[in-house]
Design a protein around this ligand. Structure first.
Ligand SMILES: Cc1cc2nc3c(=O)[nH]c(=O)nc-3n(C[C@H](O)[C@H](O)[C@H](O)COP(=O)(O)O)c2cc1C
Length: 200
């Protein structure tokens, strides 16, 4: 599959069969997470991989059994692997305090960043995973941790200086029982509708 096919195929899968990805497939996704660009080559993205009992523990924290009966995507809970990509804003402050970057003033405080590049780099890493999964015909779904970030991080030992971008469920897609989210049923907007040439 070339890049254009992968771009067209990329979508969020919310139902999984439970079959694990091949070791090579999972390795490819982990490699993709490291192939994004990063500001100042800070290379801050690091990822926690959860499998087996750890996946159960993740869901126990974020969606305890007593709250599962009305959950719209029970097949999401069958994803055999969860990836939690993280970034450390402090890595950027340290990097931008080095001699070639210090003139920017960005090493002084996170609030000095007009665009906090840790989120930009994190987004690029996540998109690399989503595209690689599309190319490999693996199912993936990126979703937020919202109010559970602190308890998930504490449970799995993610350092407090690291921020989780969200969670990426990975596995074989169960196309029969997948249900689209309300968001993904919104009309897509064409490239021409979203592009402004020369002037807005
Ligand atoms: C930053 C971000 C956060 C998202 N959070 C969630 C989420 O919490 N739950 C969910 O089901 N999907 C989530 N999504 C998936 C979007 O709903 C989905 O990408 C969008 O509807 C377009 O559908 P598609 O990706 O299948 O093309 C998120 C996507 C992004 C980029």
């Amino acid at each position: 599959m070339d890049i254009f096919d992968a771009l067209a195929a990329r979508h969020m899968t919310r139902a999984f069969t439970g079959a694990p990805p091949s070791a090579d497939g999972l390795d490819a996704l982990l490699y993709a997470l490291t192939r994004g660009p990063s500001a100042g080559n800070t290379a801050s993205v690091e990822t926690l991989v959860l499998e087996g009992d750890d996946v159960d523990q993740y869901w126990q924290i974020t969606l305890p059994e007593e709250r599962r009966s009305g959950f719209r995507w029970p097949g999401l809970l069958l994803a055999p692997v969860l990836l939690i990509p993280t970034v450390a804003p402090d890595d950027y402050l340290k990097r931008y305090s080095e001699s070639d970057k210090a003139h920017s003033g960005l090493g002084e405080a996170a609030l000095a960043w007009p665009v906090p590049y840790w989120w930009v780099d994190g987004g690029a890493a996540v998109e690399n995973v989503l595209l690689t999964a599309a190319a490999l015909e693996l199912g993936v779904c990126f979703f937020g941790q919202f109010e559970h970030e602190t308890s998930v991080s504490a449970h799995f030992g993610i350092p407090t200086a690291r921020r989780s971008l969200g969670t990426i469920a990975v596995g074989e897609p169960d196309r029969e029982s997948d249900r689209k989210s309300w968001s993904s049923q919104r009309p897509t907007r064409s490239a021409s509708d979203r592009t402004h040439w020369g002037r807005w």
